[in-house]
Design a protein around this ligand. Structure first.
Ligand code: ADP
Length: 587
């Protein structure tokens, strides 16, 4: 799996992804930051105005009213400016956000279209969904919210501290020392927190990927009982999350509680009041200055707090950006420099070797010729490489060694759209779309008339079933196929393949036994589909392919035996043993 899936923690190491992805809106972000800086600076003016009003009041009646009203005016103007600039900053931020997310979504979708299909199989829809929702959402948080909060908090601190120094240097130093202490404790708690947070975020990502995978595949999971692996992945992720959380709580509860205590308004109030009263007693501080400190200094911790959340948002955003960048960096399926046209539609596997991980070969040195008009069955024990071999033909993956040719042309030299158009893939995990029955069949050949759709359905022995549905061909299916049985769903995909008329058919026989009626109908449908075509079928139940023209018996990636049913029974090897076992099970 190492070549096809991503390890979330590895994404953490990738720095700079956020900056690179946001480069197109850098100007907007700078403008947004400037506006939010100005807004924050204006926002602190009313507090200063209150402090100054107190100073004027305490200073005596001479000209007091005029000065007070001037400060009221300044305070009100500051508040108005704060709001105005905040709205503008948010507007610019959200505009840039919408533009870049639209841009990124488009890039991701285009890129997904060019990725080898095998990647989707291996990574599952969880990875795709995470990129399109979670990762982008985290970037949105940074652009639209965190950036403004961070610049705002920095500005408030700088402007507030500047004012305090202007009022009284020794007192300002004391107030800042309290805030500094808070920052120090916070840093200490954050040092271990970063590791824990990263672990938590990674575990979170794994949980959501596993849940999506499970939910998407629930139908397969329930019918074929293959949920164990997916569920185990989910359980592991949840366990990891719990452990990470416990470790995080154990380590940070004291440091974070202390930093909260030191950083709270009460701590600042206590220290500022104590120091202020002492200075007042010595005559080095006026009452008016003390009031100024009480008003402004107490507000500081509260304006710094959002920065903490924002910093976490930025951390998540960086991880989201790294994930997106990794997805975009995934190499697309290479398109041929000099495209070739297949002469006919016979398929040839020429010493084909393929490895998922570069270590063990899932398919090794397999050669076979599959002529047009014949059925080639691939059989073998589970894990023998049947599905892998079949998925190399539509280039879900490219061969590691050897070549696959269609009509003499290497599949890698056929443009991918043409390659896929030349074959019908009837895989058991082929999902139905959330659309009407008719449209689900029409995917085989967009633009086909209603009559053609019905003909294909009839040929696939599904027409009567569809007619009996509440809205006939207009019945909406959900992604799982809704009220259709397994055999009916399969015949629907066969109708799709019949309509497409593609000369090569690759099909993965259902692993689960269908009821006898369905089984017979599916067999008839397949027989109709196969006429005159190159058919490659991955067979799990041997009696369905006993009449195949050619049977390849795979074992651990290699061709162990080949021939027709009678030949293989005569050899008395693996096939004969599998046949005996299955017949025994049926009897
Ligand atoms: P079969 O279809 O005969 O059951 P497969 O082609 O599915 O066999 O699997 C062949 C081998 O390749 C097995 O060892 C399997 O574990 C491995 N394999 C299958 N799919 C993947 C994948 N996406 N990534 C890594 N290994 C895989």
């Amino acid at each position: 799996m190492s070549t096809t899936t991503e390890d979330p923690p590895a994404a953490l190491a990738k720095a700079g992804a956020l900056a690179r992805l946001l480069a197109p809106i850098r100007t907007h972000l700078v403008v947004c930051a400037i506006l939010s800086t100005l807004s924050a600076a204006a926002g602190i003016v009313p507090y200063i105005a209150v402090a100054e009003i107190a100073r004027v009041m305490l200073g005596g009646p001479a000209g007091a009213a005029a000065a007070i009203w001037t400060w009221v005016g300044i305070g009100a103007a500051g508040a108005a400016l704060w709001l105005l600039l905040l709205v503008q900053s948010s507007r610019v931020g959200h505009y840039a956000d919408a533009a870049i997310l639209h841009d990124l979504r488009t890039r991701i979708v285009r890129h997904l279209g060019a990725l080898p299909l095998g990647w989707f199989r291996a990574s599952g829809s969880g990875r795709v969904k995470r990129a399109m929702t979670g990762d982008l959402e985290e970037m949105h948080e940074v652009i639209a919210h965190a950036l403004g909060q961070l610049t705002g908090a920095v500005t408030v601190t700088v402007v507030g501290a500047g004012y305090l120094f202007f009022v009284d240097v020794p007192m300002a130093l004391i107030a800042l020392a309290v805030l500094g202490l808070m920052a120090l404790f916070y840093r200490i708690s954050m040092r271990s927190m970063t590791t824990h947070m990263n672990r938590l975020i990674a575990a979170d990502a794994r949980i959501s990927a596993a849940s999506v995978e499970y939910a998407d595949g629930i139908q397969v999971v329930k019918t074929f009982g293959t949920g164990g692996r997916v569920l185990r992945r989910f359980d592991d992720a949840v366990d990891e999350h719990t452990q990470a959380f416990a470790a995080w709580v154990a380590e940070v509860r004291y440091s974070s509680a202390t930093s909260r205590l030191f950083g709270s308004e009460m701590a600042v109030l206590a220290v500022v009041t104590a120091a202020g009263l002492a200075f007042l007693g010595r005559g080095s501080l006026s009452v008016a200055d003390l009031v100024a400190f009480l008003v402004v200094a107490i507000g500081l911790p509260n304006s710094i707090l959002p920065a903490v959340t924002a910093a976490q948002g930025v951390r998540k955003g960086r991880m989201g950006a790294a994930n997106i960048e990794r997805l975009l960096a995934r190499p697309p399926l290479p398109e041929p420099a000099r495209p070739q046209k297949p002469q006919g539609h016979g398929v040839e596997f020429d010493r084909v070797t393929f490895s998922y991980d570069g270590v063990t070969n899932a398919v090794e040195n397999v050669s076979a010729v599959c002529p047009p008009g014949q059925v080639t069955a691939i059989v073998g024990p589970s894990g023998a490489g049947k599905t892998t071999l079949a998925s190399l033909l539509p280039r879900f993956y490219d061969v590691t060694d050897g070549a696959i040719r269609i009509g003499g042309a290497d599949v890698r030299s056929i443009p991918s759209a043409e390659l896929l158009a030349s074959m019908s893939l009837v895989f058991q995990d082929v999902a139905l779309l959330r659309d009407s029955v008719a449209e689900n069949i029409r995917i085989g050949r967009p633009g086909a008339s209603d009559a053609e759709v019905r003909q294909a359905a009839a040929a696939a022995h599904i027409h009567e079933v569809v007619e009996r549905l509440p809205d006939g061909y207009d019945t909406l299916l959900d992604a799982g196929g809704g009220s259709l049985s397994g055999g009916e769903r399969q015949r629907l995909t066969i109708a799709r393949a019949i309509l497409s008329g593609a000369p090569i058919v690759v099909l993965d026989e259902a692993t689960a036994a269908l009821d006898p009626d369905s089984e017979a109908a599916v067999q008839d449908a397949l027989a109709t589909l196969a006429v005159g075509k190159t058919v490659i079928v991955i067979a799990h139940r041997l009696h369905t392919i006993a009449s195949a023209d050619q049977i390849l018996v795979l074992d651990r990636g290699r061709v162990a035996e080949r021939g027709n049913h009678d030949d293989l029974l005569t050899i008395g090897g693996l096939y004969a043993r599998m046949w005996a076992a299955q017949e025994g099970a049926l009897a």
